[in-house]
Ligand binder design. Structure first.
Ligand code: GTP
Ligand code: MG
Length: 296
């Protein structure tokens, strides 16, 4: 495993603007299914007609390698289970203070220790972390998740309580305009937080993982923080770009010893809601709030 990724490493990458190890090359396209016709490639992500499916299902026929590994432990909830999980995120089912903002913290040492599982959203600045959180709770009145088209908007670790069942944490982004305290906030949080159950690592579907994302992966591997790759903004990704982004994630999964990485990437759009319910079912499952028949 490569050396610990620190904020200074992040900054040097930004200054140098390059990193040798993980360029996306066109060799990735070898994975694309040779028989995929031009017309089927035209629009693999169709307008959303069914919000309770996994977008991966309609893309898999275009790829030779399985997006969801063929193992007993693969995350394949039934439609009923996905629907059940999505209810957890609806205002009428959110109990007590439901989706409540608990506070914004510059470092984990002053963050209280709550006795619930935590799920943290990290990713490049402007990738859509806050938007994803907001989209998941779009129906909650007076939602206090701030999104912005300006990169580097979220400066502190914003903690949201979901019915005392779990906490979701909107993190500051890395890369352009990242806060100076990134190392003492996000990196320290990943290393020390016992209640951290999973990191949702957002990757821009239009580009796939880029250099700073791989540095963030190093950081999570070093911290042994379990994470899952989530390609977001799939509504903006051209079909070929989207497939290339998926292939980059799969190549990373298959070619590295990324022990903390969940082997199944997720796809989502906070704009049209595609993939949202599927990701919600994963969050419900990992926080112990959803039983998946096929995994019992
Ligand atoms: N089309 C589209 N736009 C999105 C999506 N998700 C986020 N955006 C847009 O991307 C921009 C950045 O969104 P944010 O949610 O603020 O991004 P962030 O990752 O929280 O950014 P920082 O807080 O600066 O690190 C906003 O203009 C959003 O409207 C998506 O799925 N599709
Ligand atoms: Mg934000």
């Amino acid at each position: 495993m490569r050396s610990l990724c620190t904020m200074s490493t992040f900054k040097s990458v930004l200054i140098l603007g390059k990193r040798s190890h993980c360029q996306m090359t066109f060799t990735c396209l070898r994975y694309l299914h040779k028989s995929a016709s031009a017309s089927s490639l035209e629009n693999p992500v169709k307008p959303v007609s069914d919000l309770f499916t996994n977008p991966v299902d309609r893309l898999q026929p275009l790829l030779q390698i399985p997006i969801i590994p063929n193992t007993d432990r693969a995350f394949r909830p039934s439609r009923k289970e996905i629907e059940e999980a999505s209810l957890l995120f609806e205002p009428k089912n959110l109990v007590g203070e439901c989706f409540k903002f608990l506070g914004a913290y510059p470092n984990p040492h002053i963050m209280p220790r709550w006795d619930v599982p935590e799920v943290a959203f990290i990713g490049k600045s402007n990738v859509g972390k806050s938007s994803l959180l907001a989209a998941m709770f779009a129906q909650v009145p007076d939602l206090k998740v701030r999104v912005s088209s300006k990169p580097g908007h979220t400066k502190l670790m914003n903690v949201f309580n979901v019915s005392n069942l779990f906490h979701l944490i909107d993190m500051p982004g890395y890369g352009f305009n990242m806060p100076d305290h990134f190392e003492t906030s996000v990196e320290a949080y990943l290393k020390t937080r016992r209640s951290l159950t999973r990191v949702i690592m957002l990757i821009d579907a239009t580009t796939g993982p880029v250099d700073v994302d791989y540095l963030a992966i190093d950081m999570m591997e070093e911290a042994s923080a379990p994470y899952v790759m989530v390609l977001t903004k799939i509504d903006l990704a051209k079909p070929s770009a989207l497939l290339r982004s998926i292939v980059s994630c799969l190549r990373f999964r298959d070619e590295t010893k990324a022990n903390s990485c969940f082997p199944q990437p997720f796809l989502v759009s906070s704009m049209n809601g595609e993939g949202l319910a599927f990701l919600q079912s994963f969050i419900a499952y990992i926080t112990g709030n959803l039983k998946i028949e096929s995994l019992t």
